[in-house]
Design a protein around this ligand. Sequence first.
Ligand code: SF4
Length: 331
Amino acid sequence: MTSAKKKGRVFSGARPTGRQHLGNYLGAIQNYVALQDEYDCVYCIVDLHALTTVESTEDLRQNTYEMALDWLAAGIRPEETIVFVQSHVPEVTELHTILSMVTPLGKLTDLPTFKEKARMHPHNINYGLVGYPVLQTADIALYKANLVPVGVDQAPHIEFAREVVRSFNFRYNTDVLLEPQMKATEVPKVLGIDGKEKMSKSLDNHIEIAATPEETRARVMQMLTDPARVRRSDPGNPDICNVFTMHKIFSSPEEIAMVNVECRRAGIGCVDCKALYARNLNAHLLPFRERRALIGRDPNQVWDVLADGKDRAQKIARQTMAEVIKAVGLP
Ligand code: SF4
């Protein structure tokens, strides 16, 4: 049950990608933190999903820990929000199996995300990759979430989940599973330091939010700027420069206005401009980094949060599965 004062239950899952970068922070974590004020939130580290494409599971445990630590340090409040690891609640695989019986195979193989993954991993097109959206649907439905925060480009996934839930409820003449709604979220596209691709670890164009101030500054200094600014005396165009985009998030209105003017008349050099951004970014991340260091002193704290989250998530999951099994008529 959702608590009376909150508007509903939100579910969101993220693959265990280890220490989070600025793209994760601006695109998901900040939103996760904000949603807690209005909704009951269930945040899941989807390690089973990760198995569909990971080549080695060696870092899975550490990556899970690092990601959970980042979430907690960023302001996820485990006393009210459920934070847990997908595989710790195996009921999700049971619901996945049951939902797979009402999911047409053609629909799965037609999904653009499947085609894209198959293209990216041509030597590992496994069954899990095809069934990925069904497992996603099971994640959402198992915890009776009515809202899933996603960017508009993810809307087809939620529509797919709704269809699967509808098929299940129709097939078994029940209403035990909730059709989730999409909570449209603005997900900013955060470019990497190359200024071209979306920030990502695999492209090594990222800035880790838990990096030291010195590491952060060094990465910022590598950022690509307006390529037309070859010499310090060349005027630049901040509108096409990723450093300026970041200033707009992390700098004061006065600094943003100053860069906007001075860049265009070569009044400020890119080195100084980046140094200013690095300083502001470090200042913004300081409280997060301090909390991270504090929590990280005792790694058991993080595992305890995940264990408690598992208990609370499993309580909901068992209730849902009891209803599902009854609806299906399994003996
Ligand atoms: S001065 Fe700043 S905004 Fe202008 S091109 Fe250089 S880094 Fe980009």
